[in-house]
Design a protein around this ligand. Sequence first.
Ligand code: NAG
Ligand code: NAG
Ligand code: NAG
Ligand code: NAG
Ligand code: NAG
Ligand code: NAG
Ligand code: NAG
Ligand code: NAG
Ligand code: NAG
Ligand code: NAG
Ligand code: NAG
Length: 863
Amino acid sequence: MAFKSVLISTLLHLSSAEVVDYSQYVNPLIGGSGPFEGLAFGGGDIFVGGVLPFGVAKVGIDTYESNVSYAVINGGWTPKGLVTGISMMHESGTGGAPKYGVVSQMPLLGSLSSGEGGGGINILDNRTYWQQRVGEDTARVGYFKTQLESGVVVELSGARHAGIMRYSFPTSGVEDNEERHVLVDLSHYLPQESGGPSSQAYLGGEIRLDGATYQGHATYEGGWNDGAPFTIYFCGEFDTAPDEAKTFRGRNTEPMARHHVFSNGPVGQAVFGPNAFTSNDTATMTASSGPMNDRVGAVFSWKAKTSVVTSRVGISFISASKACKFMDEEIPTWNLNDTVNAAVVEWNRDVFSKIQVATEGEKANRTNLVLLYSSLYFMHLMPSDRTGENPLWDSGEPSWDDFYTLWDTFRCTVSLYHLIQPESYEGQIRSLIDIWRHEGYMPDGRSGNFNGLVQGGSNADNVLADAYIKGLRGGINWTAGYEAMRKNAEVTPYNTFSSADPTASVKEGRGALDDWIRLGYVSVDGNTRCLSRTVEYSLNDYALSVVAAGGEGVGAAPGDADKYLNRSAGWQRTWNYDVTSRGFSGFLTPRLANGSWNATGYNPALCGNCEWDSITYEATPWEYSFTVPHDMQSLIQHMGGNTEFERRLDHIFQPNTSEQDLAANGAAITTIMNIGYALLRFFMYLPLNQNQPPLTASTTHPHSNEPDFATPYLYNYLNKHSKSVNQSRQLANQYFHDALYGIPGNSDAGALNSWLVWQMLGLYPIVTQPVYLLASPWFADINVTVNGDRTLRIMSHGSNPAALGHSGFYVQSVKVNGEAWDRNWLLHDSVMVDGGTIEFEIGDEPAQWEKGDVPPSPGHYVI
Ligand SMILES: *[C@@H]1O[C@H](CO)[C@@H](O)[C@H](O)[C@H]1NC(C)=O
Ligand SMILES: *[C@@H]1O[C@H](CO)[C@@H](O)[C@H](O)[C@H]1NC(C)=O
Ligand SMILES: *[C@@H]1O[C@H](CO)[C@@H](O)[C@H](O)[C@H]1NC(C)=O
Ligand SMILES: *[C@@H]1O[C@H](CO)[C@@H](O)[C@H](O)[C@H]1NC(C)=O
Ligand SMILES: *[C@@H]1O[C@H](CO)[C@@H](O)[C@H](O)[C@H]1NC(C)=O
Ligand SMILES: *[C@@H]1O[C@H](CO)[C@@H](O)[C@H](O)[C@H]1NC(C)=O
Ligand SMILES: *[C@@H]1O[C@H](CO)[C@@H](O)[C@H](O)[C@H]1NC(C)=O
Ligand SMILES: *[C@@H]1O[C@H](CO)[C@@H](O)[C@H](O)[C@H]1NC(C)=O
Ligand SMILES: *[C@@H]1O[C@H](CO)[C@@H](O)[C@H](O)[C@H]1NC(C)=O
Ligand SMILES: *[C@@H]1O[C@H](CO)[C@@H](O)[C@H](O)[C@H]1NC(C)=O
Ligand SMILES: CC(=O)N[C@H]1CO[C@H](CO)[C@@H](O)[C@@H]1O
C-alpha cells in the first residue's frame, strides 16, 4: 500500500494523503470457477489479465480444459486448463460459444520437430506444446503472472490497444542448448471445445517479418453471436533480437463449412520460410494463407543464453501501421511495471475513485471493500471503446463493441454507467444509434462489429429510454434515437436462420413482431419464447412511449406516446387468472394466435429447458410473471392485490418448495439449479432428464439470472422496505464472495457485479424510469461521483459499520438532502444531477418507516 500510494500520487501530482489505491482491493479472479472445483463450468466465465477500463485489448492466457463436456473457456483463463497461448482479445462473463482469443503468442522451450513423425514440438499441434501451470497464478489490476510446467514464467499487462508480455525462461534445470521460442500462430482462437455451429473459425491471414518486429492481419468468424468475418491487424516486437525468425505455413485441418481445408487429414507439419535474419528476400519473409485457408504464423527463436524476452503487441481494426502506432504510443518502455502502473492509475482515477468509502480504521471491512471494488472492475471490462477503430464506416461518432449483451446489462448496469461514467455512456448510446444508421438496427448483442444475438426484446430501447428520461443529452441525436427505436417496434427483421433459433431473426430487432403488432402478444403457435418475449416487448414499447413523450423534440408523431403505452400493456393479454400454481392464481400463460389459451397441463414453474425454443428464456414463467417494472400497479392487481403479491414474493424465497425430488435427477442437476442458467445452455446438448426441473428456491432465486434482478426489491411497492432489504441482503451474502466461485453463474459482462454494487450502495434503479428504490447501504459513508463532478453522499448511521453487510441493516428512518423522507424511493433529479445526500438511520429490527406513496407505475394501463 505505502509503495503504491506514493507512486500513484507522484503520477497524479497529488499529495499521497489524498490518494487511495483502491485497486489493491480488486480480486480479478472472482468468478473464475463454478461449483466443481478446478473447473470454470458454472462460474463467471470471466476474463483474467491486463486490461484498461472499457479497453480494446484484453491480454490474457487461453486454455484448454480436458474435460471437454464441461469445458468453458470463454474468458480464456480457467482454473486448471492447459495454456495454449497468450492472446490480445477476450470477452468477459459471456455464455454460449467463445468469441475472440485472437492475436496470440506462446513461449516454447525445446526443439521443434520437422518432417513427418518428428519428435519435439509440432507448432501445428497444440497438444505437443500446451502447458500445465505450476503453483498459483497472480492476478492484480493491470498485471497477471503464471508459471508454465516448462519453467517459463509469463508476466503480462495491457494498455488500451496493446499488450506487453515478459517471458522468463528457466536458467536452471534445463539443458544449456534448450531452444527458446515464441510462437505467433494466426490460426489460434478460442474454440468451442464441444463443437457445434457457433464455434469460431479462422479464415486466413498474413504475417510479415522485419527483424525483431512482425505485423499482419488475420480474419475470424462465428462465435456465440453468429458473427460475420472480422479482420484484426497486429504489430509485434521483441526487446531482444531473435537469433532466428521464420514464417511458417501448414494445412488447415479444421472441419469448416463453406471453406477449403484439408479434410480428415493428419495435423501434419509446418513448412518454414528462411530465417529472416539471414535472408534479404522480403518475399520469403511473408506468409499468407491463400485460398486453401492455410494456417500461417511465425516462430522467433533465441539461443540458450537469453533468459528474458519481452514483447509488446498492438492491435487495430484499421491497419497494421495503426497497430504499430498503438504499440509505440501506449507501451513506450520495455519495463512491464510502467504499463502495470499506468493501468493502476487509470483504474483508480476513472473507475474506483468514483465510489469512495473508508478503507482504513474500524469502519472498514476488507471483505466488503473487495466485493465493492472487484464488482466495479468487472462491470468496466465490457463493452469495448473502439472509437476511431470502426472498419465498417467513418461517421465521426463514438464506436463501441462487445455489447454482450444489453439483455444482461439493461436492467441495472447501464444505469450505473449513467451515474459514474456519463461520458462513456453517452458514447455508447451514440454508437448504438450510429449502428442503426449504418446497419439498420441497433444491437441487443454485438461483438466483432456484428449484431447478435437477441434473446428477448430489443433492449437498446430500454437503454435509450432510461438515459432519455434521466436527462442525458450531450451529443446524442434523440431524433435519430427515437427513429432507431421505432424501427425496432415496427419492422420485423429478416430471418438470418441462426442455428440458435431458425424460426425468426435473433440477429437484431424483434423477431416476433409479426405476432406482437397483429395480436398484441406473442403467440405460442406463432413464435418461440412467447411469454418472455411478450413481457420484454411490453417494456420495450413502454420505453418507446417514454421517448415519444418528447414529442416534436424527438420527431415523434402526435399519438405515438399513447400508442406505445397501449402496446406496453400487451403482457396483460397473456395473463391467465385461472392458471394456478402452489396455491397462487394468475400467471403468464401460453396463448394461441386464435386467442385460445394453451393451458392444458401447463405448469408455470416449468419452461422446458428455458432455451431459445421454449416458452420462456433462461427463467420460468413464475419468474417472468414478476417482470413488469413499468406497471407494478396492474401487476399487483393481476396477482390478486397486495396481500397475495406479498405472499407470492415470500414464496419464491422459501427453500425446498419443489414438487419433485431433485435428488433423483442427480447431484449435478441440483447444483446447476443453484447457480443459474449458464449451465442449462450446456445441458441442451445432453440428454436432459425430461422431467423438467421444478420450481425451487434455487431455480427462482433472484440471482439465477437477470430477469430476477429487481424481484427481491419489489416489496418496496407494498411499503415493506424491510423485506426488500432482508431478501436482497440474504441473496448477496449467500451468492457473492471474495472467492473463485464468488458469483452465482456467468458475470454476463459485469451485469451480476453491477447488481451487487447497487446492493452495496443501498439503491436499486428501475429501468426506463427516473426512479431508484431505496435499500440499505453496506458502508457508513459513501461518496459517489455523479454527473461528472458532483457528489452523492450516502450515509448510514447507528450500527456497526464493519458489520453492515450482514447484520444491523434495517432502516428506521431516512433523510434526503437533510429532510425527513417518508417514501422508499426517490427521483433521479433529487440527488443524481447536482449531487445530494441520503442518510439512513439503521437498527437491528425491521421497521415500517415508510408512510408515503409507493413507487410509481408510470406505465399504468388497463386493457
Ligand atoms: C488445438 O488445435 C486444434 C488443431 O488446430 C484445434 O482444433 C483446437 O481447437 C485447438 N484447441 C484449443 C483449445 O485451442
Ligand atoms: C467432468 O467433470 C464432471 C464434473 O466434475 C465430472 O462429473 C465428470 O466425471 C468429468 N468427466 C471426466 C471425463 O472427467
Ligand atoms: C541485407 O541487405 C543489406 C543492404 O541491402 C546488407 O547491408 C546486408 O548485409 C544484407 N544482409 C544479408 C544477411 O545478406
Ligand atoms: C517491478 O515492480 C515490482 C514490485 O511491484 C518489483 O519487484 C520489480 O523489481 C519491478 N521491476 C522493475 C524492472 O522495475
Ligand atoms: C465524503 O465526502 C465528505 C465531504 O467532502 C467527507 O467529509 C467524507 O470524509 C467523505 N467520505 C468518504 C468515505 O470519503
Ligand atoms: C439527427 O438525426 C436525424 C435523423 O436521422 C437527422 O435527420 C438529423 O440531421 C440529425 N441531426 C443532426 C444534428 O445530426
Ligand atoms: C389499444 O390497442 C388496441 C389493440 O391494438 C386497440 O384496439 C385499442 O383501440 C387501443 N386503445 C387506445 C386507447 O388506443
Ligand atoms: C384455436 O385453436 C385451437 C386448436 O386448433 C382450438 O382448439 C380452439 O378452439 C381455437 N379457438 C378458437 C377461438 O377458435
Ligand atoms: C431442504 O432440503 C434439504 C435436502 O433435503 C434439507 O437438507 C434441508 O434441511 C431442507 N431445508 C428446509 C428449510 O427445509
Ligand atoms: C465483514 O463483512 C463480511 C461480509 O459481509 C462479514 O462476513 C464479516 O463478518 C464482516 N466483518 C466484521 C468485522 O463485521
Ligand atoms: C393447439 C396447440 O398448440 N396445443 C398445444 C398446447 O400445448 C401442448 C404442450 O403443453 C402441446 O402439446 C399442444 O400441441
